[in-house]
Design a protein around this ligand. Structure first.
Ligand SMILES: *Cc1c(COP(=O)(O)O)cnc(C)c1O
Length: 369
């Protein structure tokens, strides 16, 4: 592949010595679970996001799951989530036995429609989970107003948006709780699974600290059945190195996105835009094309990687069949699943690689006309 969708090895080369040293230190210390690196990373990330507490957990999915449990959300409760997101957002709600209530997304931001959230609130609604999809924030101004007036918890799924901002505030630190994922391909990604939740709420923090280690505060004295879901000390050591670079990497993503925008707009391609209030960190650069399968094949033939996020809206998945939605329930989500295409974007990408992608895309789209 001449231009892969993402190139983690190019990034590793730029930080190799620091990462290798950090890993070697953990190996020498032999402290692998909940050691100094996890503690320091929790402090560094809470400072970065402007929140009081952070708790490292096993994955972004677990962060969502444990927060829902900490709030005591379960059977009989409803949680509002977008129909267009990675399955984990909805999965976590299902796993605690609550009912996910889906809403459609806005065509220009791919984030949940706040006015549709309002129309889905019932006496059973306990929380709403906005997803800052592809690195662009949901409308947190409007959403927080709605949530406050209906006494709903706002749990931000910030898995794709580390470093993004809404009205000058870092996403993840705006709602009641923010959930982060350190899956390797995320903007701040480890070399394995990992996640974190951030909050100003002391109770949620203490509760999740207990839940991540078998439901005990004092070892071997469990208070409730918990989980074994901790951020690994090795991952934390790697992430502390990467955290020092993440702003620089996000800025580079924005520069590359700008280059794409300038070259793709004249070709008539619908490109992602920053709307009023939000700062995009381009976890994925997702354009919209007609005849997507043909375009993917043509790009592949030219050695250009691409990806579909996501091929099926959640309401039409097997797992969500029981929720009672059907085709047509969320038209925007369905349309996005038909024509969205992620093209290569990673901080180490060169201007020459951008040009190769644009040229290949130009050919592919030209042929289709
Ligand atoms: C990656 C991701 C998650 C889950 O994170 P994991 O660390 O892989 O469990 C949740 N929500 C969204 C939107 C994601 O992109």
């Amino acid at each position: 592949m001449r231009v892969p969708l993402i190139d983690l090895s190019a990034q590793y080369q730029t930080i190799r010595t620091e990462v290798d040293n950090a890993i070697a230190e953990v190996l020498a210390s032999c402290q692998f679970i909940l050691g100094p690196n996890v503690e320091m990373l929790e402090r560094e990330i809470s400072a970065y996001l402007g929140v009081k507490h952070a708790v490292g957990v096993g994955s972004g999915t677990d962060a969502l799951l444990l927060v829902l449990k900490a709030y005591g959300i379960g059977p009989g409760d409803e949680v509002i989530v977008p129909a267009y997101t990675f399955f984990a957002t909805v999965e976590a709600v299902m796993l605690v036995g609550a009912t996910p209530v889906l809403v459609d997304v806005e065509e220009n931001t791919c984030c949940l429609k706040v006015h549709e959230v309002v129309s889905k609130i019932t006496a059973c609604t306990k929380a709403v989970i906005p997803v800052h999809l592809y690195g662009y924030p949901a409308n947190m101004g409007k959403l927080m107003d709605v949530a406050r007036s209906h006494k709903l918890k706002v749990i931000e799924d910030n898995a794709q948006a580390f470093g993004a901002e809404w009205s000058g505030r870092k996403t993840g630190g705006i709602g009641d709780v923010g959930c982060l994922s350190f899956f390797p391909s995320k903007n701040l990604g480890g070399y394995g699974d990992g996640g974190m939740l951030v909050t100003d709420d002391e109770y949620v923090c203490q509760r999740v600290r207990m839940l991540r280690t078998h439901g005990w505060k004092k070892k071997y004295f469990p208070e409730v059945p918990g989980h074994n879901s901790r951020l690994d000390e090795l991952q934390a050591a790697v992430l502390r190195v990467k955290l020092r670079y993440v702003d620089e990497w996000n800025e580079r993503r924005r520069v590359l996105a700008q280059q794409y925008q300038e070259r793709l707009s004249p070709l008539g391609v619908i490109t992602p835009r920053e709307c009023l209030g939000g700062k995009h960190v381009y976890h994925l650069y997702v354009i919209r094309v007609e005849g997507r399968d043909r375009v993917i094949g043509r790009l592949r033939a030219d050695g250009i990687g691409s990806g579909v996020y996501y091929p099926l809206p959640l309401h039409l998945t097997e797992a969500c069949r029981g929720l009672g939605y059907q085709e047509g329930s969320f038209p925007v989500a369905e349309q996005l699943c038909r024509d969205s295409l992620a093209i290569p974007l990673f901080p180490e990408m060169t201007a020459d690689q951008v040009q190769q992608v644009v040229a290949a895309l130009g050919d592919a789209l030209g042929e289709g006309r």
